[in-house]
Design a protein around this ligand. Structure first.
Ligand SMILES: Cc1ncc(COP(=O)(O)O)c(C=O)c1O
Length: 301
């Protein structure tokens, strides 16, 4: 118990659509560091504390780094964060504010990941990121959605995909609720990617059982700019086994969704608005939950 590191993450609101559609927004922007990442970080850092870890290495598009840095500050660990030049300046400022060191690695997210792994191999730093422990923490977003809907599972849950860890965790959580009999159906997991970084979408529409990493990406949705998603295959499984789907959106479509969400009283970061963009584009019927993964103050677009 004394090893549990928390900033009281989770317990975020499930907002009903003010326009009266059968639509809800799970507003993850109000987590302690402004994104859903805190759910997984609490678990990862607690385990690291239990193991007596002093130095943590983490690759990030921005939000995970901010989250890991905050929890490291609480746990009195040193955070070494590796990111790309795509990362939002506001997120880099946030990481530094928690006292972490930041290295901006040239190239893609995959290159930042390789750098973080190098410090594990060469210096023995504890590697943190989109690994199973984090996924276990991120499942709580789905447990909360089910609870907030009075155990009435929605028809669709829409999740932006970067590494795919959140989509996979969401699927697993709903599957577990069904297995233990707390719920009696599965929602369709609907994944959304940016057109300029769409490896999971490509595999989905071409019906592939593997992910083709992208050499180059180009999107303003920096938080989901993962060219070789760590949990890409797991996400495909989540989508396929839940009879869901994966779509891609242009940057313009995502920005439009962000602007429209503002008119609903929800300020989302660009990548977090992709879920609502997908809802609009798919013209979905049935009860739908858009996971709004990060706060609008996180980026400048
Ligand atoms: C705001 C935001 N949305 C979505 C995602 C995608 O999450 P995942 O990498 O688990 O697919 C991220 C990941 O960094 C994010 O920061």
């Amino acid at each position: 118990m004394e090893d549990i590191v928390t900033l009281h993450e989770g317990g975020t609101p499930l907002l009903r659509d003010p326009d009266g559609r059968d639509l809800f927004f799970k507003y993850e922007g109000v987590n302690p560091t402004g994104s859903f990442k805190d759910r997984g970080t609490a678990i990862e850092i607690s385990r690291a504390k239990e193991l007596g870890v002093q130095n943590v290495a983490c690759a990030t598009t921005g939000n995970m780094g901010a989250s890991v840095s905050a929890y490291c500050a609480v746990a009195k660990m040193n955070a070494h964060i590796f990111t790309t030049k795509f990362a939002e300046p506001a997120k880099i400022r946030q990481i530094k504010a928690y006292g972490a060191s930041v290295t901006v690695v040239p190239g893609t997210y995959d290159d930042a990941l390789a750098e973080s792994k190098k410090t594990r191999d060469e210096k023995g730093y504890y590697l943190m990121g989109d690994y199973p422990l984090r996924g276990e923490g991120q499942k709580s977003v789905a447990f909360e959605i089910a609870d907030q809907l009075n155990w009435g599972v929605p028809d669709n849950v829409i999740v932006p995909i970067g590494n795919g860890t959140l989509a996979w965790a969401t699927y697993k959580a709903f599957r577990e609720l069904e297995t233990v009999g707390l719920t009696n159906k599965m929602p369709r997991i609907i994944g959304v990617q940016a057109r300029g970084c769409n490896p999971v979408y490509n595999s989905f529409i071409h019906n592939l059982d593997y992910i083709v990493p992208l050499k180059k990406t180009n999107t303003i949705a920096s938080a989901i700019n993962c060219n070789n998603p760590v949990d890409g295959l797991e996400t495909l499984t989540a989508i396929r086994e839940s009879n869901g789907l994966c779509i891609q959106l242009s940057d313009e479509e995502i920005l439009r969704a962000k602007a429209e969400m503002g008119k609903l009283g929800i300020y989302a970061e660009v990548s977090g608005a992709a879920s609502y963009g997908a809802y609009k584009k798919l013209k979905l019927g049935g009860k739908t939950v858009c996971v709004v993964t990060g706060h609008g103050l996180k980026d400048s677009k």
